[in-house]
Design a protein around this ligand. Structure first.
Ligand code: MG
Length: 161
């Protein structure tokens, strides 16, 4: 019998000068970057939380705590690979993912394709299983004031049991 599980994830990181901006594993040239213990890839973090949430496995803070120096400056794609192994070990696979980044600047449209390719190849998915979208916040709220960038993700997992 084919079974499905759905998960959702959300994350936000502060913008600061002197930090790289990495979204979906792609370095984006910008005068501000995201603050965080790891590389602060807010999109990849939201996707991981959606994958873990689908199986009620908690959140990434549980698996990669910011108090642990092993994850300092960590490449979030490496953590994403580990989360994928976690769900595969339990017999589940990703059906599809959809996500949205909320950022006032920079323009993300030119980078969406590269993010899709990087994330889908990291997860061994076809790019058409990996939705990445971006929107501004119409200058409203922390994202609109360029204090931070947030991301939302949903994932559908399937398993044959
Ligand atoms: Mg995070």
């Amino acid at each position: 019998m084919l079974q499905f599980r759905i998960g959702n994830g959300y994350d936000i990181h502060c913008l600061a000068s002197g930090r790289p901006l990495i979204l979906g594993g792609i370095f984006i040239d910008h005068e501000l970057g995201l603050l965080g213990h790891s590389d602060a890839d807010v999109l990849t973090h939201a996707i991981m939380d959606a994958m873990l949430g689908a199986l009620s496995l908690g959140d990434i803070g549980h698996y990669f705590p910011p108090t642990d120096d092993r994850w300092k400056g960590a490449n979030s794609l490496k953590l994403l690979e580990q989360v994928n192994h976690l769900i595969q070990d339990r017999g589940w696979q990703i059906n599809n993912i959809d996500s949205v980044i909320v950022a006032e600047r920079p323009k993300l449209k030119p980078h969406i394709g590269a993010m899709r390719d990087r994330l889908s190849s990291t997860l061994n998915l076809d790019p058409n299983q990996m939705g990445v979208k971006a929107t501004t916040n119409e200058k409203l709220g922390p994202e609109g004031r360029e204090e931070g960038i947030s991301a939302y993700a949903v994932v559908l997992l399937s398993a044959t049991v």
